[in-house]
Design a protein around this ligand. Structure first.
Ligand code: ZN
Length: 402
């Protein structure tokens, strides 16, 4: 656990001292609030250790965050909910909240998430077919309406974040979301108009990477490769040097369309043999004779299955995934690789094979081990993840958001 903070002593020329001091103060507020947001509960001493700021600076910053209504003190001796830790006394104020919205081909999920990642409420609306953008906005708005009374009474909602399984640009417009059948739609603006609050949209795998690096198995990782598998698609999210990789248009990380076998199966993108066309729960379900298995059911199913056809197909997909992982690890040099959804299930049934894939290094770099983990947040991932988009501005400048 470490973060960037500035002490400020002796760095400001007199003429710009005031603006520089103000800038440093705001950066430090951001560092302290971000730590509390991802860690949950910390003492002033722990904050000082993590930020390398002195005690009086921490006291002043905490007082300002309390004044802003973003942090609260726990009464001494209050239970912290963590085993084996001493009693701690500061928490992000989870009454400051964001709406988290996720759209999938078969469902629209809305959650109310507090600062610190507390899920206060959630509503899932199943759909019989992928919703159009217009229909999606209607469903999301009616879910928010159902939460409205509670929201207005107890929470300060600062905005909404939206996760889309597709390419989303910096303005929140979807370029293409194949599994939803969406093309060129300003979906964040539509939803913002309907809800009357700012909406930030992003690609679901990038959001997964962000959430796992903040609250999950890759907490604190500066270089993370995240791959999430849905029924018919694979999304990638990359955090490089602590920053989500976006690329020129904001579409970086489309690792599901890495061509693994040019003579392979036809992909929705038009090419052949993309990773997501070759490694897919959609190919396995007919062999299992079951559909719409969730992650937990799939764990059980693949744990006990003895059908040779199923085992062959799982082994084939694991081989393909291994090849892709070796390529990605060589290209991006992550410290941690996180697999989620269907790919997390494959990791559980073939850990050795996949661990081997990330261990191999063509130039024999020694002493470097890459952690290969299954996503921890599971069903919480896509509830807390989209809210992170809405919290981003607040965390970057706590004093600037009223
Ligand atoms: Zn493709």
């Amino acid at each position: 656990m470490s973060t960037t903070a500035f002490d400020g002593a002796g760095v400001s020329p007199p003429s710009t001292a005031r603006t520089t001091n103000d800038l440093i103060r705001r950066q430090n507020l951001s560092a302290v609030l971000s730590l509390l947001h991802s860690e949950g509960t910390l003492s002033r001493t722990q904050l000082g250790t993590s930020t390398r700021l002195n005690r009086s600076t921490i006291t002043g910053l905490v007082a300002e965050l309390i004044e802003l209504g973003l942090v609260r003190e726990l009464p001494a001796g209050a239970p912290t909910g963590r085993v084996g830790r001493p009693t701690l006394d500061l928490q992000p104020d989870d009454r400051v909240a964001a709406l988290s919205v996720r759209v999938e081909p078969q469902a629209v999920t809305v959650a109310l998430v507090g600062l610190g990642g507390t899920v206060h409420a959630r509503l899932r609306h199943d759909t019989s077919r992928p919703p159009t953008p217009r229909r999606f906005v209607q469903i999301a708005a009616s879910s928010v309406e159902a939460m409205r009374a509670d929201m207005d009474r107890h929470y300060r909602v600062i905005g909404a974040g939206l996760a889309v399984p597709g390419l989303v640009n910096a303005n929140g417009s979807v370029l293409v979301a194949p599994t939803l059948g969406w093309r060129r739609d300003p979906v964040a603006a539509r939803l913002s108009d309907e809800l009357g609050m700012p909406v930030t949209a992003g690609n679901d795998a990038s959001i997964g990477a962000l959430a796992e690096s903040r609250f999950g198995v890759a907490r604190g990782a500066r270089n993370l490769l995240y791959l999430g598998g849905a029924l018919h698609s694979i999304g990638g999210g990359l955090i490089i040097d602590g920053t989500l990789l976006r690329g020129t248009s904001g579409y970086a990380g489309e690792l599901g369309h890495t061509v693994i076998d040019p003579r392979g199966r036809r992909c929705v993108c038009g090419r052949k043999g993309c990773l997501e066309a070759e490694v897919s729960l959609g190919l396995l379900e007919p062999l299992l004779g079951r559909r719409k298995l969730d992650e937990d059911e799939l764990d059980v199913e693949l744990g006990v299955v003895r059908d040779p056809a199923v085992l062959r197909e799982v082994a084939r997909q694991v081989d393909v995934l291994s090849t892709a992982l070796t390529n990605f690890v060589n290209a991006f040099s992550p410290e941690t690789v996180v697999l989620s959804g269907y790919l997390g299930v494959l990791l559980s049934v073939s850990r050795e094979r996949l661990a081997e894939a990330v261990r191999v290094h063509p130039l024999g770099a020694e002493g470097r081990t890459i952690r290969l983990e299954r996503a921890h947040l599971r069903s919480r991932l896509m509830l807390v993840g989209p809210a992170e988009l809405a919290f981003a501005a607040l965390l970057a400048d706590p004093a600037g958001v009223r």
